[in-house]
Design a binder for this molecule. Structure first.
Ligand SMILES: [Zn+2]
Length: 408
């Protein structure tokens, strides 16, 4: 009934017929060609609206000035419904989002339409993220920046000719690279720094982190990291800490973008590697293996890197995992000075970076049965990072302002 009432009211208002002509975007003049109906999905339900329609012979395009004014040009969902769809699809699958729209808002939107709408919105957000960088002062004396990558399952067509980790050398995933910025001024019972709730922001995409010497500009991911760092005032912070696992691209990028920042191998990752070695040597679930791993982890905590290296060397010759880990610890030992970091009050073992990959990417994009295209994965990643970073409202305001501006 509310929908019918609003529909009647809107349709009674013919003020969008402003005369026989209307300026077209091409610069020429479009002429009035009657009122045209279109059915929109709104928070009140379906509404069929009659709008003044103008047609431009020069560019052979027709348009309705009212659709532009309402931000509904080319869309069949009202802005409020689009917003709801965007927010829900940032959090749950398209199918679940469609169900929530029906159950919570009483607005039927098909899963396919949720997908189209959310991906279009995600593309807008990704574009907006690249163009709008409003630097903030650092929110704490120490800022943390983490980088990580995680594989997202792809449609077969997206993987043709790509090398991967499958036994036949093919690949099932593409790597989404993530940058996370946070603060950790709070302390736990033992006085160790803990991540400040609500301080985490994310930015991610399937893009390259490798900048060749011959490239004029840094890699796409390096530029993303740089934008996020400026947004958070990371580059201005009194103390800057870069966390990551041992992957060389992370440290190359850190050297390149943030010289002088403290580099820390996430203790969570380091311990995980040692655990893998123990399993490879002693088999899963073995007491000996557990004991071995515990000893190495204590040595790491106590800063006895030489002991860790010695223990790995014993197995390196006949065990692949041990050899790889030996390389890893050797390469990264300066980033594994944990007692020193603790003394400086630097957060080392939060798993924030690891959790970031799960929270920002895995929970939404790596669910069973999901297979993405690159543009689809990037759009939903952008949408989700925007939402989780508390930036959706700002984006929506900019979007609404742009729509209103465009219609004038
Ligand atoms: Zn035109």
């Amino acid at each position: 009934m509310a929908a019918r009432a609003v529909e009647r009211r809107l349709n009674a208002d013919a003020s969008d017929h402003v005369g026989p002509t209307f300026p077209c975007r091409c610069g020429k003049t479009a002429r009035y060609a009657g009122r045209r109906p279109k059915t929109f999905t709104t928070v009140l339900g379906e509404m069929t609206l009659l709008r003044a329609y103008y047609y431009c012979d020069d560019c052979a395009t027709g348009f309705c000035p009212r659709d532009r004014a309402l931000g509904m040009e080319g869309a069949s969902l009202s802005p409020a419904v689009t917003r709801m769809v965007g927010l829900s699809a940032a959090m749950v699958s398209f199918q679940e989002s469609a169900e929530l729209m029906g159950e919570l808002a009483g607005v039927p939107v098909a899963a396919k339409q949720v997908e189209r709408t959310a991906e279009a919105l995600g593309r807008e957000i990704a574009q907006d993220e690249q163009t709008v960088v409003e630097p903030q002062p650092p929110s704490a004396p120490t800022l943390y920046l983490g980088m990580d990558g995680t594989g997202v399952p792809m449609r077969a067509s997206e993987l043709v000719g790509r090398q991967g980790k499958q036994p036949d050398g093919s690949s099932k995933t593409r790597e989404v690279k993530l940058v996370t910025v946070w603060t950790a001024e709070g302390r736990d019972d033992e006085g160790m720094p803990v991540r400040d709730p609500g301080s985490v922001t994310y930015s991610a995409a399937i893009e390259s982190a490798a900048t060749r010497d011959t490239d004029a500009a840094p890699s796409d991911f390096a530029q993303r990291v740089n934008r996020e760092a400026r947004r958070r005032g990371f580059d201005q912070a009194r103390r800057r800490v870069v966390l990551g696992d041992g992957a060389p691209w992370i440290w190359n990028l850190a050297d390149e973008q943030f010289p002088g920042a403290i580099q820390v191998v996430d203790l969570f990752h380091a311990k995980g590697h040692l655990w893998d070695v123990a399993k490879a040597i002693y088999g899963a679930g073995s007491d000996l293996g557990e004991q071995w791993a515990k000893q190495r982890r204590d040595e790491l905590d106590e800063g006895k890197i030489d002991s860790v290296l010695a223990a790995l060397r014993v197995h390196a010759e006949h065990n692949d995992e041990a050899r790889k880990c030996l390389d890893y610890v050797t390469r990264n030992q300066n980033r594994m000075r944990y007692p020193q970091f603790r003394e400086q009050g630097v957060c080392t073992s939060t798993g924030v970076v690891e959790a970031g990959c799960k929270t920002a990417i895995g929970t939404r994009l790596k669910r069973s049965g999901m297979h993405w295209t690159v543009p689809g994965a990037d759009a939903i990643t952008a949408l989700r990072c925007c939402k989780l970073s508390g930036r959706f409202e700002d984006f929506w305001e900019r979007r609404s302002a742009a729509e209103t501006g465009a219609s004038r």
